[in-house]
Design a protein around this ligand. Structure first.
Ligand code: NAD
Length: 261
C-alpha cells in the first residue's frame, strides 16, 4: 500500500528512543523528512544520522525540553526554518512518574500537566496555522491504553492523558474542514526502556523478579506477549498517511487485545 507520505515533513517528539524513535524511523522509511526532538543532544544526533543513512531522507535533530514553552518554540522555529512546513505532528514524551494519589505532591501534578498536556497544546498551536494554509495536516498524539482502562499505580498518566484525549477529540471537529485529522495512538505494553523501568519498579515493590512482573502482564494480553515498537509505529504511519483521510477523532489501541472494552 502506498501511504502517500513521500516528501512530507514529520515532527516527532520524544524521539531519542522507544516509541518516538520507532515512529520517526517508520515515517522516514515511508518517505518523510523527519525532525527529532528530545533532551539528549548526543543520542538524538546519532539517531538522526543513522536514520539519514538508512532511509536516504533528511533527519534534523533538535535538542528540546518539552516541559519548557520556550524550548518548544525553539523546536518549532528550527523545524519550520529548515523545512518550511510541518505536515505531520506526532506528540510524545516520557510518561509521568509512577505512584498513587497519596504519594504525589501537588507539584507532581503541575509538572505532569505541563509535560503531558502542555507540550501537546504548544506543539499543536505551532503547526496548525501552516496546516490550515496548505489544507492538509495530520496530528497524532501518543497516549496510552490508560485512557480506556486505568493502569494501577499510574494515576498521573490515567488522569492527564484523559485531558489530551478530550482536547484531541474536540480539535478534530474544529479542524476537519481544513483537511486536518487529529487522532490518538494508544500503546499497550511495548518493549521500551520505560517498560523495563516499570517492570523493575514493580518487581522491587512486590519482592518478585522483573521477569515475573512481565509474565503477569502477559497473562492479561490475549496475544500473550508484549509488543515490539515497530508494531506500534505502523499504526502511526497509517494514521499519518494520505490513505487515512477519513479517520479523525479516533483513539486507536495497539495492545494485543489487552483492553477489555
Ligand atoms: P521512553 O521513556 O522509552 O521514551 C520517552 C522519550 O521521550 C525519550 O526519547 C525521552 O528522551 C523523551 N523525553 C522524556 N521527557 C522529555 C522532555 N521533558 N523533553 C523532551 N523529551 C523528553 O518511553 P516509551 O516507552 O517510548 O513511551 C512513550 C510514551 O508512551 C510515554 O509517554 C509512555 O508513558 C507512553 N506509553 C508507553 C507504553 C509502553 O509500553 N512502552 C505503554 C503505554 C504508554
Amino acid at each position: 500500500m502506498d501511504l502517500g507520505l513521500t516528501g512530507r515533513v514529520a515532527l516527532v517528539t520524544g524521539s531519542s528512543r522507544g516509541l518516538g524513535l520507532a515512529v520517526a524511523e517508520e515515517l522516514a522509511a515511508e518517505g518523510c523528512d523527519v525532525v527529532l526532538a528530545a533532551r539528549s543532544a548526543d543520542v538524538l544526533s546519532e539517531e538522526a544520522a543513522r536514520i539519514e543513512r538508512e532511509t536516504g531522507r533528511r533527519a534534523l535533530a533538535v535538542p528540546t525540553d518539552l516541559a519548557s514553552q520556550e524550548s518548544v518554540q525553539g523546536l518549532l522555529d528550527s523545524a519550520l526554518g529548515e523545512f518550511g512546513t510541518v505536515d505531520v505532528l506526532v506528540t510524545n514524551a516520557g510518561g509521568p512518574p509512577v505512584g498513587t494519589f497519596q504519594e504525589h505532591a501537588p507539584q507532581a501534578w503541575t509538572d505532569a500537566v505541563k509535560l503531558t498536556l502542555g507540550s501537546v497544546l504548544d506543539l499543536t498551536r505551532g503547526v496548525l496555522p501552516g496546516m490550515k494554509d496548505r489544507a492538509w495536516g495530520r496530528i497524532i498524539n501518543i497516549t496510552s491504553i490508560a485512557v480506556k482502562q486505568p493502569v494501577d499505580g499510574l494515576i498521573l498518566s490515567n488522569s492527564i492523558r484523559a485531558a489530551v484525549t478530550g482536547f484531541a477529540r474536540t480539535l478534530a471537529n474544529e479542524v476537519a474542514p481544513f483537511g486536518i485529522t487529529v487522532n490518538n495512538a494508544l500503546p499497550g505494553y511495548t518493549w521500551t526502556q520505560r517498560v523495563r523501568e516499570l517492570a523493575a519498579t514493580a518487581a522491587a515493590a512486590g519482592g518478585v523478579s522483573p521477569a515475573e512482573v512481565v509474565k503477569g502482564w502477559e497473562a492479561t494480553i490475549p496475544v500473550g506477549r508484549l509488543a515490539e515498537p515497530p508494531e506500534f509505529a505502523a499504526l502511526v504511519a497509517f494514521l499519518a498517511s494520505e490513505r487515512a483521510s477519513y479517520i479523525t477523532g479516533a483513539s486507536v489501541a495497539v495492545d494485543g487485545g489487552c483492553v477489555k472494552s
